[in-house]
Design a protein. Sequence first.
Length: 181
Amino acid sequence: MSIPPQKTALPRRIDARKLVQREQQLDGVVPSEALPRLGESVESVSGDVVVELTFSRDLQRNQMASGHLTLDVNMLCQRCLQPVAQHVEGELAWGFVWSEEQGKALPKSLDPVIQEGDELDLYQVLEDEILLNLPMVAFHDGECVPQEHFHSEAPGKAADEQQENPFKVLEQLKGSSSGSK
Ligand SMILES: [Zn+2]
């Protein structure tokens, strides 16, 4: 067990304009308690969200920040309904704008982040990014539930039906000699 290096909490409210001017680098954490929507979306969050952000201007003089975030959560395995640990990562590429109209002018490589007024709720923007990067469903790597049990528990899923019919699988095997899938 290694002890992760202590990082300071990021400020919740920032003025993107100032951080861009200073070409500020932020390297810190967001306490998971400060992210209620994330808390509702997963079973639990392990530790804090680790964030690195660099504020700058791109070649077109757009005010932007790039970086990444990582966190560890527990989600419910959709087979056995027990918690399964998931490592979540997200790449961040934000273009700061002050209206939706300005956002439309940004290059596609930047996700518009609208700062209303003098301050931006950094935690809320990060929480949006985390929710976008959460896996839709989670499963244990191994077979946490015996297959026959799984089949009776979760009927009607297309992927399972294919496995359930051995003759269909045989047909597919026979027909797959041409290499098409
Ligand atoms: Zn499981």
